[in-house]
Design a binder for this molecule. Structure first.
Ligand code: A3P
Length: 331
């Protein structure tokens, strides 16, 4: 019997796949003409968004070359808004027949969530499209690409689904600061904060990133699911059911009777994930930078911004986002 997806990306043999065309050869000339800003990573302004320079050619290749399958699910997020958690939950939900969540040998107990679901920026930058194509359906894939820059085949046709997660920008900026400090110990919080305020933060402006997915979820609710980290944290089980239903894998009465949802919530919970050996050691090997697994699990709470952001700074950030979101029905 042919394997059904999703399977952990890392488990697929790297073997004999040939490398795709180098996106730097294809799009490098275009990228060097784009406005450039030295931030934590160098950014390039493309169609209104500051793309991390090392990934810009790969994002363009993803946009032009990716062919979705009708049953693909694209997991999208603004960075530091719960990507790792969403990846874990979506994988656990979609793969629950092959990998029961309570099983001791569940892939998420031996692999970091980023090793289970491929990150498009990295796949296209590293020319690993053949491996992506080899995955059995349904596939789960992940990107931070803004909605307006997604492949047209994803946003207008193809039939695949998109799940987006965002978060209170104040908690995002604190999370981003701590994450980036793993790469740049000297980074100041005020520089990180200012980059969110002026929109030059990687994949920024954050408000436009959120709004793109929000509007899409309003106009195409059957295709785009919009989640908030805070809601997920408040009632994880309810949102896991919502996610499963949206992805076309609702829980049956028999599964409910067996507490499958609770098992998934527990498997993917912050405390469980953070304390797994695999997440305390090792690193995710991305082209941009290798990131230590433990850097993806810090506090996992709502409101940690209060320990870093002064009331005046909070008001400034809130005012900008309220202003940008006015009339969108989002807050
Ligand atoms: P904090 O830095 O506020 O703790 P991303 O995965 O998009 O990089 O987001 C990282 C944020 O999600 C971090 O927030 C991290 O601690 C939190 N996180 C990671 N795994 C989580 C989980 N299983 N449950 C809740 N939060 C989680």
């Amino acid at each position: 019997m042919a394997a059904t997806g999703p399977v952990p990306f890392k488990d697929v043999d790297d073997g004999t796949f040939s490398a795709a065309r180098d996106p730097k050869e294809e799009f490098g000339d275009l990228v060097v003409t784009l406005p450039r800003k030295e931030q934590f990573l160098v950014g390039r302004l493309y169609k209104g968004f500051w793309l991390p320079e090392p990934y810009a050619p790969g994002i363009l290749a993803f946009q032009r070359r990716f062919t979705p399958r009708p049953d693909d699910v694209v997991l999208t997020s603004y960075p530091k808004c719960g990507t790792t958690w969403l990846k874990a939950l979506a994988f656990a939900v979609m793969a629950r027949n092959a990998y029961p969540p309570a099983a001791a040998d569940h892939p998420l107990r031996r692999l970091n969530p980023h090793a289970c679901i491929p990150f498009m920026e990295d796949i296209f930058t590293e020319r690993r499209e053949a491996k992506l194509e080899s995955l059995p359906s349904p596939r789960l894939i992940n990107t931070h690409t803004p909605y307006s820059l997604l492949p047209e085949t994803v946003t207008t046709g193809g039939g695949c689904k998109v799940v987006y997660i965002c978060r209170d920008p104040k908690d995002m900026v604190v999370s981003l600061y701590h994450f980036l400090r793993h790469l740049q110990p000297g980074l100041s919080f005020s520089d990180t904060f200012d980059s969110v305020l002026d929109g030059t933060v990687p994949y920024g402006p954050m408000w436009d990133h959120i709004l793109g997915y929000w509007h899409a979820s309003v106009t195409r609710p059957d295709r785009v699911l919009f989640l908030k980290y805070e809601d997920l944290l408040q009632n994880t089980g309810e949102h896991v059911r919502k996610l499963a239903e949206f992805m076309g894998r609702p829980f049956s009465a028999a599964e409910e009777a067996l507490y499958t949802v609770a098992s998934i919530v527990e498997l993917c919970s912050f405390d469980n994930m953070k304390n797994l050996e695999v997440n305390k050691t090792g690193a995710t090997e991305w082209k941009c930078k290798n990131m230590a697994h433990d850097s993806f699990f810090r506090k996992g709470v709502v409101g940690d911004w209060m320990n870093h952001v002064s009331p005046e700074m909070a008001t400034r950030l809130d005012e900008i986002f309220h202003d940008k979101f006015r009339g969108a029905g989002l807050i």
